[in-house]
Design a protein around this ligand. Structure first.
Ligand code: ASP
Length: 581
């Protein structure tokens, strides 16, 4: 006898009077006099079962003994419900049960398995397998599977091969620390877990597998930051004989395809914005372009008027809030409090409301007359009835803060429509940034990224001016992927390593295998990687990648369910040649 003939999301009026078999978990039990109603759940939905004392007193008694989350198997007839529930796909029918078997009992779950659960974060993490029974999380996991499926499908039709690369490797530089694995057979030596398959995919290009991809785990031992996971999944891709344009076309079509397939939304154009313009106009290199509200640069109209704060600031920038002249004192105060939060780090904010009668009202009326405020209005392109919020300070942190303020305002004004998808390419990144602390150049993307052909000469005397053949894709204000055209010439790769502070010996020790491979006919190549977890979160309009990972770590990198990281036996340590005092 088979366990089930239908699932719990399937039955409707077309099954009336049919005999069906169902399996699932008990969601809810309601006893109403001579009737007992049991909701049975699986990942497809919920079906209402009915047990009638008059029709089958023994079964009726059995049903009363069921508990939440019991696993049961039933057989019964599909009948019309007395009170129809239009909100449920199975809401027109119920199943009158003639056979019931308890396949397994369940302890009372530590939190309710409902869409809105009463379980706190830690409890849900400890019992992740129960949390995964909840519909919102299940939908995320199903979406993730769909995204992976459409990715594979698209890349296959484009001629890509899915090729695995090893996990026990040597360091790959993506800017984080490596997780390391001690070797028992080579005591005192360690493998590193890959921060990405970067070097391997480049080697595959040398081997002639000109279109590679892999949906692959990456490991980065970073300091804990909200919404970072030490292990996460990338859609990792590489192609040979390509220029930037080929990569952008290939992969914007991938993202379009995914969003169309899982959300039914067609995206026609993916705009391209240069890094410097993105920073200038949005205060970030991952702009949310679902709404305008570009950053306005106001040095020319604000400086030199005797207002000390402005005169002593490197950068004065503003955001025009459409209709903002109507903002109350309370609304402005709440934004001022927000901007002073340590994560944002501003000491204050200046506002100016542009009133329709042409008499503007600002928080610095004492220092600026109406005519001067009018010049703010025309410089920023504000309309009467709008308000401008202004931040001043050193360039880097003020631009960063105005970018965050732009997002916060859009959030408060509900301008971030979750049903809109606006991917954007960011291009023309600098190859290096200079780290003041270590007084060293850092690769902005990674050390294998090619400089622009025209900029190679600048490597010698003005490295910070060198632009990279690198690109990121941002979707709705989140970076979802990035990549570059690679260096494929040993001499140039060496030069970049030297600039990054590796001596020839160090470069050779770390990446000698790659540089040697470059001497055996490396083709021009480039690629990209998308963060699968994050892509799923952004597509769902969620901030949390954790909800899209079946078994995530918590914010301190712990798996509460497994209680790990954890100690290992002394014997094991000895075997590995590791001494811990
Ligand atoms: N390996 C890079 C990363 O993980 C992506 C790439 O350059 O293809 O960010």
């Amino acid at each position: 006898m088979s366990y089930r003939t239908v699932n719990n999301g399937e039955l409707n009026k077309s099954y009336l009077n049919k005999v069906v078999k169902l399996c699932g978990w008990v969601q809810k039990i309601r006893n109403l006099g001579g009737m007992t109603f049991v909701d049975i759940r699986d990942r497809y939905g919920i079906t209402q079962l009915v047990f009638n004392v008059d029709k089958n007193p023994t079964l009726f008694e059995e049903a009363r003994k069921l508990g939440r989350e019991y696993v049961i198997k039933v057989e019964g007839t599909v009948i019309l419900r007395n009170s129809i529930n239009r909100k449920m796909p199975t809401g027109e029918i119920e199943v009158e049960v003639n056979y019931l078997s308890i396949l397994n009992k369940s302890k009372t779950p530590p939190f309710t398995i409902e869409n809105e659960t009463d379980g706190g974060d830690d409890l849900r993490m400890k019992y992740r397998y129960l949390d995964l029974r909840r519909e919102p999380i299940q939908n995320n996991i199903i979406l993730r599977s769909e995204v992976a499926f459409h990715t594979r499908n698209y890349l296959r039709t484009q001629g890509f091969l899915e090729i695995e690369t090893p996990f026990l490797i040597k360091s790959t530089p993506e800017g984080a620390r490596d997780f390391v694995v001690p070797s028992r057979l080579n005591k005192g030596s360690f493998y590193a877990l890959p921060q990405s398959p970067q070097t391997f995919k480049q080697l595959l290009m040398v081997s002639g597998y000109d279109k590679y991809y892999q949906i692959v785990k990456c490991f980065r031992d970073e300091d804990f930051r909200a919404d970072r996971q030490p292990e996460f999944t990338q859609i990792d891709c590489e192609m040979s004989f390509v220029e930037i344009e080929d990569i952008l076309n290939m992969f914007e079509n991938l993202i379009k395809e995914i969003i169309y397939k899982v959300k039914g939304v067609k995206i026609d154009k993916v705009p391209r914005i240069k890094y410097s313009e993105s920073i200038r106009d949005y205060g970030t290199d991952k702009p949310d372009i679902r709404f305008e509200m570009k950053v306005k640069h106001l040095n020319s109209v604000c400086k030199g008027k005797g207002f000390n704060l402005f005169d002593s600031s490197e950068t004065i920038v503003g955001i025009v809030v459409p209709g903002g002249a109507e903002f109350s004192r309370k609304q402005i105060d709440s934004l001022t409090d927000w901007i002073k939060k340590p994560q944002i780090g501003c000491s204050g904010m200046i506002f100016c409301k542009f009133n329709t009668e042409g008499r503007h009202k600002s928080s610095v009326d004492k220092f600026f007359n109406n005519e001067q405020l009018e010049s703010w209005r025309s410089e920023s392109g504000a309309n009467n009835g709008d308000m401008i919020l202004i931040l001043a300070g050193d360039e880097k942190s003020t631009i960063n803060a105005i970018g965050l303020l732009r997002i916060e305002l859009a959030e408060r004004l509900k301008l971030r429509d979750p049903n809109l998808f606006k991917p954007v390419w960011i291009t023309d990144f600098p190859l290096f940034e200079f780290d003041e602390k270590s007084k060293k150049y850092h690769a902005m993307h990674h050390p294998f990224t090619s400089p622009n052909d025209d900029d190679v000469e600048l490597l010698k005397n003005d490295p910070l001016k060198v632009k990279a053949k690198a690109y990121d894709m941002a979707l709705n204000g989140t970076e979802i992927g990035g990549g570059s055209i690679r260096i494929f010439n040993k001499g140039l790769q060496n030069e970049v390593f030297n600039l990054l502070g590796f001596s020839d010996v160090e470069a050779n020790e770390k990446f000698g295998f790659l540089m040697e491979a470059f001497e055996y006919g490396a083709p021009p190549h480039g690629g990209i990687a998308f963060g699968l977890d994050r892509l799923c979160a952004v597509i769902s309009g969620s901030d949390s990648i954790r909800d899209f990972i079946p078994f995530p770590k918590n914010n301190s990198g712990k798996d509460i369910m497994l209680d790990t990281p954890s100690k290992i036996d002394d014997d094991q340590l000895k075997d590995l040649g590791i001494n811990i005092d």
